[in-house]
Design a binder for this molecule. Structure first.
Ligand SMILES: NC(=O)c1ccc[n+]([C@@H]2O[C@H](COP(=O)([O-])OP(=O)(O)OC[C@H]3O[C@@H](n4cnc5c(N)ncnc54)[C@H](O)[C@@H]3O)[C@@H](O)[C@H]2O)c1
Ligand SMILES: O=C(O)[C@H]1O[C@H](OP(=O)(O)OP(=O)(O)OC[C@H]2O[C@@H](n3ccc(=O)[nH]c3=O)[C@H](O)[C@@H]2O)[C@H](O)[C@@H](O)[C@@H]1O
Length: 343
């Protein structure tokens, strides 16, 4: 039985998986559902899952922030299926594992339609838990460091309950994810569902939307286009940036391991936004200007994961440092923007 590393919270055994899983001559693949699989992290996760020829991957996505383009390498593949579907509606598929990522992640997108963001987090997670219960699937939720709000404890470990504004403009996302975590544990305790919760810290890499609005994609696109890097005030706020391949590795280890979580997955290297801008300037365009602009309400002032649990329970730690990850992302952005390096 899985544990959260501290105690065994489950009251019931998990539901039986499909009888096919125990069939003597069963040859078929592990069927894996990835919600939000057309998005940034989801599409990289799909690439990794598809490398294992025992996996069949089903993606559902409503394309709000994701794109079919991120998955075009798998179109027509016999082990791959893509369904346009909104997770706020029930879904009937027969699967063994569910990676539940569907949710807009960039603040400008999750604040665009906050009621829909809440519905996606609450009703969407409820629907995916209902599916997990019906078919006996293991389900992993991609929660967020935003459950810690504007943290008063630094770095953040999983035992910290957070400092979250329940009525602010970010609440649709951070409170939404907190309720999603609650639902996961209630289904685990009440129905024995096998759950996994990853608390993801800021992740970056190729395939982020160029106009995504998140800080790394903004700075890289601005540096390539020779536009000033917009550091939101005060500029001393910190974030810790994890390269997407490390993130995907952590998510798969969590899914395959024996611990429910929540487990922080992120890179503990901590940077102020001014330092990040200086790094991007140095690596991509030493002539670019750095300017300060107004910030948005409730922006967390500091963020850095304590990854002791990920190290000890998953044997995971990040391998790619920011100065190596930024050039990899620059290559992708340059090819999509059609702007080559200056000679
Ligand atoms: N990238 C990060 O730094 C980060 C940090 C913490 C948590 N997360 C979580 O990881 C997950 C993926 O984030 P991402 O950065 O890849 O974001 P993303 O916006 O690129 O991907 C989210 C995907 O979900 C889809 N989606 C949104 N609402 C949906 C709905 N109602 N029904 C079906 N599909 C829907 C979008 O179209 C998109 O393809 C999200 O759950 C996010 O909260 C990401
Ligand atoms: O890791 C997480 O848990 C969360 O991190 C991000 O949220 P946030 O850290 O606010 O992401 P950004 O919008 O990239 O902002 C990071 C910092 O950069 C600053 N920023 C942003 C954009 C910009 O152009 N300039 C700038 O200085 C912001 O003020 C903020 O302090 C993600 O977008 C969430 O989906 C995710 O859940």
């Amino acid at each position: 039985m899985a544990s959260n590393g501290d105690s065994n919270a489950s009251a019931k055994p998990p539901p039986e998986p499909s009888p096919l899983r125990k069939a003597k001559f069963f040859q078929a693949n592990m069927r894996i559902l990835v919600t939000g699989g057309a998005g940034f992290i989801g599409s990289h996760l799909v690439d990794r899952l598809m490398q294992n020829e025992k996996n069949e991957v089903i993606v559902v996505d409503n394309y709000f922030t994701g794109s079919k383009d991120n998955l075009k390498q798998w179109f027509g593949h016999p082990r791959f299926e893509l369904i346009r579907h909104d997770v706020t509606e029930p879904l009937l598929v027969e699967v063994d594992q569910i990676y539940h990522l569907a949710c807009p992640a960039s603040p400008i997108f999750y604040k665009y339609n906050p009621v829909k963001t809440i519905k996606t987090n609450v009703i969407g997670t409820l629907n995916m838990l209902g599916l997990a219960k019906r078919v006996g699937a293991r389900i992993l939720l991609t929660s967020t460091s935003e459950v810690y709000g504007d943290p008063l404890v630094h770095p953040q470990d999983e035992s910290y309950w957070g400092n979250v504004n329940p009525i602010g403009v970010r609440s649709c996302y951070d409170e939404g994810k907190r309720v999603a975590e609650t639902l996961m544990f209630d289904y685990h305790r009440q129905h024995g569902i096998e759950i996994r919760i990853a608390r993801i810290f800021n992740t970056y890499g190729p395939r982020m939307n160029i106009d995504d609005g998140r800080v790394v994609s903004n700075f890289i696109a601005q540096a390539i286009r020779d536009e000033p890097l917009t550091v939101q005030l005060p500029g001393t706020q910190t974030r810790s940036f994890c390269y997407v391949s490390d993130m995907v590795d952590g998510l798969i280890r969590l899914m395959e391991g024996d611990n429910t979580g929540p487990i922080n997955i992120g890179n503990p290297g901590e940077f102020t936004m001014l330092e990040l801008a200086e790094n991007v300037k140095e690596l991509i365009n030493p002539d670019v200007q750095i300017i300060t602009v107004e910030n948005t309400p409730d922006d967390p002032r500091q963020r850095k994961p304590d990854i002791t649990k990920a190290k000890s329970l998953l044997g995971w730690e990040p391998t790619i440092k920011l100065s190596d990850g930024i050039p990899l992302m620059e290559d992708d952005f340059r090819s999509r923007l059609g702007i080559s390096r200056k000679k």
